[in-house]
Design a protein around this ligand. Structure first.
Ligand SMILES: [Zn+2]
Length: 151
């Protein structure tokens, strides 16, 4: 083994790496649960506000300019809960998401809150890195429901 890896500094870096992986695993579970619940919550809201039944689903809309009412309302809520929707910076990363899966895979909602590069092909929380998961939890203000501290 290389001598540098035997130093106390190297051991501390290793501990940091293990802590980061452990944290990632825990927040990945939180994000998976959180975005499932987020989807359920926005469907309840759509039922209450527009009478769109929770059993109604769509898997055919892929063009944001030609969405059905259901997909349009989901998109509106994704936008509404984005932390930076009103700044010139960003808003949802629409390029990341496959909107034909919005009703069947809540991770496609989560991906709207991640950085716009590097996450389009991430199919689940388990396959997403620390940065993507933190971005999703922080940029989606609905996730404040899971935190005592003000994000
Ligand atoms: Zn649709």
């Amino acid at each position: 083994m290389e001598k540098r890896l035997l130093t106390k500094e190297a051991h501390n870096w290793l501990k940091c790496m293990i802590a980061t992986y452990t944290t990632r695993d825990v927040i990945a579970q939180l994000a998976e649960l959180g975005f499932n619940t987020f989807y359920t919550d926005i469907r309840k809201d759509m039922l209450a506000q527009h009478g769109i039944l929770e059993t109604t689903t769509c898997s055919s809309c892929s063009d944001p300019s030609q969405q059905c009412r259901l997909c349009s309302e989901i998109g509106n809520r994704i936008w509404k809960y984005h932390r930076f929707k009103r700044t010139h910076l960003k808003g949802p990363s629409w390029i990341n998401t496959d909107m034909t899966k919005w009703c069947s895979d809540s991770w496609e909602l989560a991906k709207c809150y991640m950085p716009p590069t590097g996450y389009k092909d991430k199919p689940s929380a388990d396959k997403t890195d620390f940065n993507g998961i933190i971005g999703a939890l922080f940029n989606c203000i609905w996730m404040q429901n899971y935190f005592t501290n003000d994000l």
